[in-house]
Design a protein around this ligand. Structure first.
Ligand SMILES: Nc1ncnc2c1ncn2[C@@H]1O[C@H](COP(=O)(O)OP(=O)(O)O)[C@@H](O)[C@H]1O
Ligand SMILES: [Mg+2]
Length: 321
């Protein structure tokens, strides 16, 4: 859709696209903690990392940021975003994404090739990460295959790090007795949470600024409060409401969005009446068995902040995704 309202509001890009674009990443305390956990899990080479959170709370966005941070390092990555695959399809996709040439279609041959590659890559000082998004959809068979990957290890380190990202059902799924072995290997747990009312205000402002707004007020404070109530702080829903409000305001040739408009948009979008209070998030945590690594994790987190700063100053703003 051509964004007719862009010019009207002085914007260069669509500020409220629902694509998981890491350039728009807003690091709430929780998001920063989750990203630090992911980085720590990968860098400490502990094997399994779990990222869970409700739909639309920023998991895929964080993964894209993680990929961006890993790119300049010697970390090979494979990213599977739709795991509704059979085992052969999964292996094929993974090998291709890692860039490992393999002619054979036989599972055992593929695995031998994969393990040889992991070892060679490790010896050359590299790390490797397999990321599976929407992992709540993984079949039990695939989860078991993936678990077996973590058997490839030296005495101290896993040669392959695995990030499983998914909706909270993922936690339930791996609680099943037959997946006990997998659950025991989860070294780090990261979570995403809805935004608080205060965060929602900053979030909307930041997205507008990144999209080129000159800071002129578009959403008044009450309308922002209403956006938070109707969305329960879920960023994806915040984006939907905001985008619809900009269209409505443009149609009415109004430069400011008022609370009545937010309420109308929320009703049209069939959202609740905004009376249910969003769940307050508990602090993000690391699995108990990784407690001794807490200091390292904080170090990683500091490095992370520095790296984020660097990546911000280095990367020129691209016009398109
Ligand atoms: N921390 C955040 N900063 C910026 N945008 C976010 C953040 N969290 C979520 N979003 C936005 O919300 C929408 C949904 O995020 P997404 O990563 O797809 O969620 P999930 O994968 O958890 O369903 C996307 O448009 C994304 O850009
Ligand atoms: Mg997602």
């Amino acid at each position: 859709m051509g964004l007719v309202y862009k010019k009207f509001f002085g914007l260069r890009a669509n500020p409220f696209s629902v694509s998981p674009d890491p350039r728009y990443l807003f690091l709430t305390r929780h998001a920063e903690e989750a990203l630090a956990c992911l980085m720590y899990g990968v860098e400490s080479r502990k094997g399994f990392v779990l990222l869970t959170g409700e739909v639309g709370t920023g998991k895929t966005t964080l993964i894209n940021k993680l990929l961006e941070l890993l790119r300049p390092q010697q970390v090979a990555t494979a990213f599977i975003f739709n795991p509704n695959l059979t085992v052969p399809q999964f292996l094929d996709y993974m090998m291709t994404d890692f860039g490992i040439p393999c002619e054979s279609k036989s599972k055992s041959q593929i695995l031998i090739r994969f393990y040889d590659w992991l070892l060679a890559h490790h010896r050359a000082g590299g790390n490797a990460v397999l990321i599976v998004d929407e992992a709540q959809n993984l079949s039990e068979e695939l989860l078991e295959e993936i678990r077996l990957f973590t058997n490839v290890e030296t005495s101290e380190q896993k040669l392959l790090q695995i990030v499983l990202s998914g909706q909270p059902e993922l936690e339930q799924k791996i609680k099943q007795p037959q997946l006990r072995q997998l659950r025991q290997r989860v070294a780090v747990r990261a979570r995403t949470y809805p935004l608080s009312a205060a965060e929602t205000k900053i979030y909307v402002g930041q997205r507008l600024r990144i999209a080129g707004s000159n800071g002129e007020q578009i959403f008044d404070p009450e309308s922002l409060e209403a956006i938070w109530r109707h969305s329960n702080g879920i960023p994806r829903v915040v984006n939907q409401i905001c985008e619809h409000c900009l269209v409505s305001a443009f149609v009415d040739q109004q430069r400011e969005v008022k609370v009545s408009m937010v309420d109308t948009v929320a009703r049209d979008l069939d959202l609740d009446d905004g009376n249910s209070s969003p769940l307050m998030p508990p602090p993000a945590s690391v699995a108990p068995d990784s407690k001794p690594g807490m200091i390292e994790m904080l170090k990683t987190s500091t490095q992370l902040t520095e790296r984020l700063r660097d990546s911000e100053s280095e990367s020129p703003k691209k016009e398109k995704l």
